[in-house]
Design a protein around this ligand. Structure first.
Ligand code: MN
Ligand code: MN
Length: 300
């Protein structure tokens, strides 16, 4: 099977941008910096380099494993002694690269970070056509457990499609029985999440949600809700977005009612923050990897 040239080129372009932005963010994150400055910096760098954000920049701290992005006028800052996951998505014409890094300001948590990185390295080594999802999960679990830590069992890597972050197939970070296998030409976001050995090792939904995506057509009453929805579909299709990206789209006095109708009608779905169920710190490492006949090719 040959892999289409356009697919490879545009994913590589997205991957290069994602990598550069991730490394710039790694250097930028520091204790006390406003989270909204980090989100906006990452997103504007992506645009400056010729890509578009495939989802809002996630800045998830300590026991928050994923899905936090700043709401408008966010006053929060990076706390002292924290462990910070920066997760970045870039697309070029819908061809997506997804990558994440953990930055650690707490000497007690450095083992979590190196273990997540080693698990990702291992994943990149073993990813090849024909590999079963069961085998993949078992290998990642063992890599993490051997180092005295625990994988988050209900967060997985994922097949990436055009304009689709999660294209159906999951790459588990723990063993589970599955007949699914990796195929040539597939592109995966590979992302082990690691916590401490005495943690629950799973995430639950938090109360906050600042990331949304278009789900399904519904009839809407409010003309401003319709206008917002047209903007969302035109600019993001079904990719995740955040309220920060909708400013100026409808008059500020109309925004709240319009956005509420899009949520209550289930036109949009929201992504709540994921919190480690026992409140323990979490580290993450992620690359986007193309499966070639010779094995995994890291694009980020
Ligand atoms: Mn990601
Ligand atoms: Mn991902």
């Amino acid at each position: 099977m040959t892999i289409p040239e356009e697919l490879v080129q545009k994913h590589q372009q997205a991957g290069k941008i994602a990598k550069e932005v991730r490394e710039e963010m790694r250097r930028t994150v520091c204790e006390g910096i406003p989270i909204i400055d980090l989100c906006e910096k990452a997103e504007s760098l992506i645009r400056k380099k010729g890509g578009k954000p495939a989802f809002p920049c996630n800045v998830s701290i300590n026991e928050i494993a994923a899905h936090y992005t700043s709401p408008r006028q966010d006053k929060r800052t990076i706390p002292e002694n924290s462990i910070v996951k920066i997760d970045i998505g870039v697309h070029v014409d819908g061809y997506i690269a997804d990558t994440a890094v953990t930055i650690c300001f707490n000497p007690d948590y450095t083992g979590l970070v190196s273990t997540a990185e080693e698990a990702l390295k291992k994943a990149a080594e073993i990813l090849r056509p024909g590999l079963s999802m069961s085998r993949f999960g078992a290998t990642i679990q063992k890599t993490i457990k051997t180092r005295g830590f625990k994988p988050i069992s209900n967060l997985t890597g994922h097949l990436i499609g055009r304009y689709l972050i999660h294209a159906g197939k999951s790459l588990p970070n723990v063993f589970h029985i599955s007949t699914s296998r990796v195929k040539t030409g597939e592109i995966y976001g590979v992302e082990p999440f690691v916590t401490v050995a005495n943690a629950a090792g799973r995430v639950k939904n938090g109360k906050e949600a600042h990331i949304f995506r278009y789900s399904k057509h519904r009839s809407l009453k409010d003309p401003y809700a319709k206008r917002l929805l047209n903007y969302v579909k035109k600019n993001f299709q079904a990719l995740p977005f955040t309220e920060r990206w909708l400013q100026g789209c409808v008059p500020p006095s109309r925004f709240k009612t319009a956005f509420s109708e899009l949520l209550s009608s289930k036109t949009l779905i929201s992504y709540p923050v994921f919190i480690e169920a026992s409140g323990k710190p979490v580290a993450q490492a992620e690359h986007t990897i193309l499966v070639t006949k010779d094995g995994g090719l890291v694009l980020t």
